[in-house]
Design a protein around this ligand. Structure first.
Ligand SMILES: [Mn+2]
Length: 386
């Protein structure tokens, strides 16, 4: 196995979402779990465990206001003491009564002002703790034909994005995420990559598109979108998760590991895996029925396995078969890599990094899960909206 593959796997970085450690559920029920964090500090402690056993997840993304604290510099220092750092700042303009008809596209200018002020606050928080990326997702849209003007809402969106973009410092980026539908069911103001791409193109090079793998219609060829945006230098980040039906937020690589491999193949083919390429690889998941910390560890491992397989594609043989028009040969090269068992390779890479080759087993042996169940008694568990 080549040294280059091992080296690429050692330096891969995957960002964890703070909200994955809190309670979550569906619109029907949130099942609480014992030991769940009650504060952003405890979420950071749990994220640090994932990094401790995987070695490739050194940052944790925050969600404002879920992770609001009085002093973000203090939280950043706390994270550093635990061996991790703060990551992407995620804005939230979807959980206030004022946003029933939208946030930045709301027909009421006062509501739009409030929403934009929150986006600016997120840029300022990121700047304060030296974080590069501010991620925006809008629940904005309409439920009924005629409810509002589709075109005017695009104008309002563009204005809000311009104002937020203008607040960025030279080292910061604005990441714009799209989602097919939900909670709006008739129109969504940023429903697809094309809409996100067009807005980012107008804003400038510090505006980049986020691909959340769960935010597409069934059957969408996500790797095509990846390839296109990479070519246009407009792909800024991934939110990784899995879906069977809609925005299920299941563990990445669990529903369709082959799709994840195809996505990572496009990344590797464009030499965009290294951190200098500017693609942030983040998890955006919830763990409704499974224990959260081992689920995050498993998710990181799933991304690593798909990446390792993508790194094993014989690009010379693939190019040769493609040039020769050898359809079956090219597909065989591709499938040979996918069908390789990369678990021994990743175990070796972990040993080289001074880690246990089996991160989930090592975590289970550590006793951390029992410790937080015993210690985190009382208080308000973190969860959606808190
Ligand atoms: Mn997302």
């Amino acid at each position: 196995m080549s040294d280059a593959v091992r080296a690429a796997l050692r330096v891969q970085r995957i960002e964890l979402p703070s909200w994955a450690f809190g309670n979550s559920g569906t619109r029907f029920k949130v099942f609480g779990q014992a030991g769940v964090p009650r504060t952003p500090f405890e979420k950071v402690e749990d994220a640090a465990q994932v990094h401790r056993f995987t070695g490739v997840a050194p940052t944790v993304a925050l969600h404002i206001p879920w992770d609001r604290v009085d002093d973000y510099t203090h939280l950043a220092g706390f994270a550093k003491e635990h061996g991790v750092g703060l990551g992407t700042i995620n804005a939230n303009v979807f959980q206030d009564d004022d946003y029933m008809l939208g946030s930045v596209t709301n027909p009421d200018p006062a509501v739009r002002r409030k929403a934009i002020d929150h986006l600016l606050e997120c840029v300022d928080i990121a700047a304060q703790v030296g974080v590069r990326d501010v991620k925006l997702w809008f629940s904005d849209g309409t439920n009924y034909p005629g409810q509002d003007s589709i075109r005017v809402r695009q104008d309002r969106l563009a204005q809000a994005l311009r104002e937020t973009y203008a607040r960025l410092n030279p080292d910061q980026r604005l990441l714009l995420e799209y989602k097919l539908f939900e909670p709006a069911f008739y129109t969504t103001d940023v429903p697809d990559w094309g809409t996100a791409y067009a807005h980012c193109l107008r804003l400038g090079e510090k505006a980049q598109v986020v691909i959340d793998t769960g935010h597409h219609a069934p059957g969408t060829n996500i790797e095509f979108i990846v390839a296109f945006l990479l070519r246009e230098q407009k792909l800024g980040a991934f939110d990784f998760n899995s879906r069977f039906y809609a925005d299920d937020d299941l563990m990445v690589g669990s529903a369709d590991p082959f799709q994840l491999f195809r996505i990572m193949h496009e990344i590797v083919s464009a030499d965009a895996l290294k951190s200098g390429a500017g693609i942030a690889f983040m998890l955006d998941q919830c763990h409704n029925i499974e224990p959260k910390i081992p689920a995050q560890i498993r998710s990181v491992m799933n991304v690593q396995e798909a990446t390792a397989k993508a790194l094993l594609v014989d690009h010379d043989a693939l190019a040769e078969a493609q040039r020769a028009g050898d359809v079956l040969g090219a597909n065989a090269v591709f499938m040979d890599a996918y069908n390789t068992d990369v678990r021994p390779l990743l175990a070796d890479v972990r040993r080289e990094m001074g880690l246990d080759p089996d991160p989930v087993a090592a975590y289970q042996r550590s006793g951390y899960g029992d410790k937080i169940v015993a210690e985190r008694v009382g208080g308000q568990q973190a969860g959606w909206g808190a």
